[in-house]
Ligand binder design. Structure first.
Ligand code: DX5
Ligand code: ZN
Length: 221
């Protein structure tokens, strides 16, 4: 069970200090938004490249940008250890995933809440992780969408049937109240923005989330 705090909820004037607060986490989740694929705008390559140099944990880049084929590999080159692109924004997801891996990063595909998994099931041969969005991408602090739980289980079962090690990430509205049901549904990497950075003690929040996730395993009550 891995925790990837989203810096979208951090203090953007003090990112080095904010990354130090989550030094015990597994990853730092970097939300890249272009103002087109999603209505919000955050940061891009030059900022991520600098963060990769100073972060105590590897960067988990979540690209919410158009033309993912063109840009995603550059985020691996810039230092992200995992690069997630949206299938809705890619025209050649196989080539894009291969280019990300060739650049030395883990490749991952993301699905918006309204996007079904089945048409993309064949991509399991090309990726290291699948991100099931549990809010509409674009903003932090939204409510968890319970109706995405069956999709998490569907991906978990497809991964199990195929064999091999593919992680399943959830992102959006993950908190102490919702992380257990996601773990039970089959997720094993958990993004949390407000639940970590909104806490007084971010390190303790990471630890609590990890423990809560660990209490629930897929297929068990
Ligand atoms: C939303 C982003 C999320 C966001 C999660 O589009 O992809 O990573 O930061 O924030 P919380 O955990 O507050 O829902
Ligand atoms: Zn995200």
């Amino acid at each position: 069970m891995q925790i990837s705090p989203s810096i979208l909820a951090a203090d953007f004037a003090n990112l080095e200090r904010e990354l130090a607060r989550i030094a015990e986490a597994d990853w730092a989740h970097i939300d890249v938004m272009d103002g087109h694929f999603v209505p919000n705008l955050t940061l891009g390559l030059p900022v991520l490249e600098r963060l990769a140099q100073i972060s105590p944990v590897p960067l988990d880049a979540h690209l919410m940008i158009e033309d993912a084929d063109r840009w995603a590999p550059d985020y691996a080159e810039a230092g992200a250890s995992s690069v997630t692109f949206h299938v809705e924004a890619a025209t050649d997801p196989v080539a894009t995933a291969r280019a990300i891996r060739a650049a030395g990063a883990r490749a991952s595909i993301a699905l918006k809440p309204g996007t079904p998994f089945e048409p993309y099931a064949d991509l399991l041969d090309e990726v290291d992780m699948v991100l099931v969005m549990t809010v509409e991408p674009g903003f932090g602090g939204q409510s968890f969408m319970t109706d995405q739980l069956p999709k998490i289980t569907q991906v978990r079962e497809a991964v199990a049937a195929r064999g091999g090690q593919i992680w399943i990430q959830v992102d959006g509205g993950i908190s102490q109240d919702t992380i257990g049901q996601c773990a039970q549904a089959g997720a094993d990497v958990f993004v949390a923005g407000s639940a970590v950075y909104g806490a007084q003690d971010a390190a303790a929040a990471v630890q609590t989330l990890r423990e809560l996730a660990g209490r629930h395993t897929h297929g068990q009550e």
